[in-house]
Design a protein around this ligand. Structure first.
Ligand code: AHR
Length: 326
């Protein structure tokens, strides 16, 4: 026993001897009892795009299938609201929380609060700041895509398919979110040191279609010579296509459009020749999320990261894969 822990144990014993109720605080992850049914929270980030809607539907469908009660909240794009949503789930004494953290730092504190209240948390699709909260200690696991690899795949595809100079505009996701940080890193690492690849500008479009369109309109004026758009998600890519067309440019031809997610509308745009390449980020989390919860309750060892396998959509395969896109 460490000296700090010994002092704490003696102090707690002394308190208990005076008749004071002593609540021991959790060391490591809270346990989850094995039950027939659970009341589980799902704290969603926002619902303003098809990816989020597909993710929520997948979670709701699976909870229904299993007969579990799902306490669902939508933070409407506000990290502060999502922190409050987790607080409310703690107050409602849910058995466990599935959290899709909007931003890395503010939600790390919410994860720790749930853990201190004895409620296990499973992170879905986005991560929290690893210097503030750790898998296997503060939360059970992260389930989602490898965002760094997604960015790398886009960068590698560009290197293999670009003829001549690439003059790139990068539309970044939500500032402070793990997909924005990692998709940027993966892409920039992949093209680093390549004299033919130049990023003209990188600006956030907040993963939103209209913001993507507006940002692209502004950046097009400053950089009319752009010939590649790398958007961190489909919604911003579709917004950028609208801006390119309004400026008289042909997306997919004059300007290559590269994206991540693989929603049906974007895959159709690959078929139509307006998007050149999409790396899938699969939003159908329900089955894996609930299976992991049950394994955790059964005392099985859960890996600290569970990575979803993701496909890619190209002009060669997009038509055949269209019907399976979300
Ligand atoms: O965290 C995953 C990202 O969040 C998806 O790429 C995006 O569309 C969503 O809003």
């Amino acid at each position: 026993m460490t000296p700090k822990r010994r002092t704490l144990t003696i102090a707690l014993a002394a308190l208990a001897a005076t008749g004071t109720t002593v609540v021991a605080f959790a060391q490591g992850l809270p346990k989850l009892a094995q039950k027939k049914t659970y009341k589980v929270g799902f704290a969603q980030t926002e619902s303003n795009n098809p990816w989020r809607i597909a993710q929520t539907k997948s979670m709701q469908d699976e909870a229904k299938k299993l007969g579990y009660q799902l306490v669902y909240t939508d933070a409407a794009g506000s990290a502060a609201k999502q922190v409050a949503d987790v607080d409310s789930m703690i107050a409602q004494r849910v058995d466990a929380i599935f959290l899709a953290p909007r931003e890395e730092k503010p939600l790390a504190a919410a994860v720790k609060k749930a853990r201190a209240a004895g409620i296990p948390v499973i992170l879905l699709d986005r991560n929290v700041d690893q210097s503030l909260a750790k898998a296997g200690n503060d939360y059970v696991t992260f389930i989602g895509s490898d965002f760094i690899q997604e960015g790398q795949r886009v960068g590698n595809w560009l290197k293999a398919n670009m003829k001549g100079q690439a003059r790139i505009i990068q539309l970044l996701g939500t500032t402070g979110s793990s997909p924005a940080n990692d998709r940027r890193k993966g892409f920039e690492d992949a093209i680093k040191g390549n004299a033919n690849m130049k990023i003209l500008a990188s600006q956030t479009g907040d993963f939103a279609r209209d913001k993507g369109r507006q940002v692209m309109e502004t950046l097009l004026q400053a950089h009319p010579d752009v010939n590649v758009v790398y958007a961190h998600n489909d919604e911003m890519a579709i917004g950028a296509i609208a801006a390119l067309e309004a400026a008289g440019k042909k997306p997919g031809k004059d300007v290559m459009v590269l994206s991540i997610d693989g929603g049906r509308e974007a895959v159709q745009l690959v078929v139509d020749g307006k998007i050149n390449y999409v790396v899938e980020c699969n939003p159908r989390f329900g089955p894996k999320a609930f299976e992991t919860l049950k394994q955790y309750a059964a005392g099985q060892k859960i890996p600290t990261k569970i990575i979803n396998p993701d496909k890619e959509y190209t002009p060669q395969n997009a038509k055949a894969l269209l019907s399976s896109a979300y």
